[in-house]
Each structure stands twice: as C-alpha cells, then as structure tokens.
Design a protein around this ligand. Sequence first.
Ligand code: ADP
Ligand code: MG
Length: 240
Amino acid sequence: MELLEVNHLCKTYGSGETAVHALKDVSFSVPKGEYVAVVGESGSGKSTLLNLIGGLDTPTSGKVLIDGKDVFAMKDRELTIFRRRNIGFIFQAFNLIPELTVEQNILFPVLLDYQKPDRAYLEELLTVLNLKDRRKHLPSQLSGGQQQRVALARTLAQNPEIILADEPVAALDPVTAKQVMSDFRKINQDMNISILINIHHVELALEYADRIIGIRAGKIVYDGPSARVDQAVLDAIYGE
Ligand code: ADP
Ligand code: MG
C-alpha cells in the first residue's frame, strides 16, 4: 500500500460559462519517504491539488487515500483529527505567532491537541533544524529562513506521515530558498517523512526532489525522476 494515493481527481470551480476546470483527472501515488515536487505555471492547479490532498477542500470527483484512508469519506471531526495527526502543512506565509518564542511556537499545535510535548523530540528538532540557539527568540528576531525552519519544526512536532508544502520558498531570496529546500531534504532523509512540495522554481525542484510531477492546465504532463527531466519535459510543462 502506498502512503498517498490520488485517484482520478477532478476539481471544477463554479459552473456554466464561468466554470474553471482546475484539475482534470489527476492520478498518482507516493510511497513512504519520497520527496516529490509539483511544478507548473501559476494557475496550473498546484494549490488546488495540495488543498484536496490535505482535505482542506472537496473534489468534484475522485479520491484521495492516505495510509489507505479515504480522506473525503471521513466526517468533519474525524477528518480534522486525522489531518492534525497525519498531515503537516507548510505555507508560504509562516503563520508563526508573534508573541510566542520559537520553542512555544513549535509546541503550540501539540498543546492544542491536548498531547504531552515530547521534550527529547523537541531537542532533536531544534538540533536538526539548527535552531538550538534561537529557542527563546521571537519570530520577529529571526531571518526568513529561520522562520520557515520554525514552521517546519512546528509541523514535524506533530509527527506527520506526510508534509504538504505550498510554495514554501516563494517569498525567500534565492540563497535562503536553497537552504530551505535543503532542510526539507534533510528531514526527508533523516526522518523518512514523505514530502509533497509545490514549487515555482523548477531548478530548485530538480536539485532537491527525487521526483517531479509537472502539471499544466490541471493535467499531469510529466511524472518521473528529477534526473530524467530534459528540455522536452520542460517544454511540455512550461512551453508555448
Ligand atoms: P496554482 O497553485 O498552480 O497557481 P491554483 O490551484 O491556485 O493554481 O489555481 C488553478 C485554477 O483554479 C486557476 O485558474 C485559478 O484561477 C482557479 N481557482 C483557484 N481557486 C479558485 C476558487 N476558489 N474559485 C475559482 N477559481 C479558482
Ligand atoms: Mg498556488
């Protein structure tokens, strides 16, 4: 059984003349531990896909299975708990709480879920993400890259099976963006966590991800190893 299965997913926004077919029969699966980048032009359907996989929106048709569980068959409350315990979301905006320290931000969702914080795991996260000497700092005292690492640590603190990241490096300068992509690689390898990341910069995707899913106008036009992406593939994703 694959960790993630996406089966014939379709999403249409609106209806009639103004209908937008954002996803058109998208299917793929992701085994545990893979680092997948979804690339495509703005408006190609990347965010729609990620939101559906995370159960933040409902499809027009099709299924998403995570660990064999049908995401859209769950009732609201069950889905909320499933999402909290299995899926880690990372967005372009870090959404850190300005009044809380790094450490408090990381533990916040764990405490919200009435779970006991695992101190040893917190220390591991601070070490892996190089935040040990920033634990008492406020978000405003951190660089953009450090803030994104705190967001990543906060997500990891909940022990997700998979991390879904929507354009996490879009707001960062090129050097920091590279660093964040490399942080994702590190936690993917060190902790065997699957990652699905939407990213606009194809060069960064090719450098760090195992696999590329190229999406164009709501359809998958490439799905394969990063190493096999050539000019013809790039033309299929981005060309005229
Ligand atoms: P991407 O993340 O690749 O930029 P999106 O998934 O955000 O693409 O959007 C895919 C298409 O769906 C676009 O044409 C966009 O305008 C449309 N779309 C996205 N969200 C909505 C919405 N809530 N209502 C109507 N159309 C939407
Ligand atoms: Mg988007």
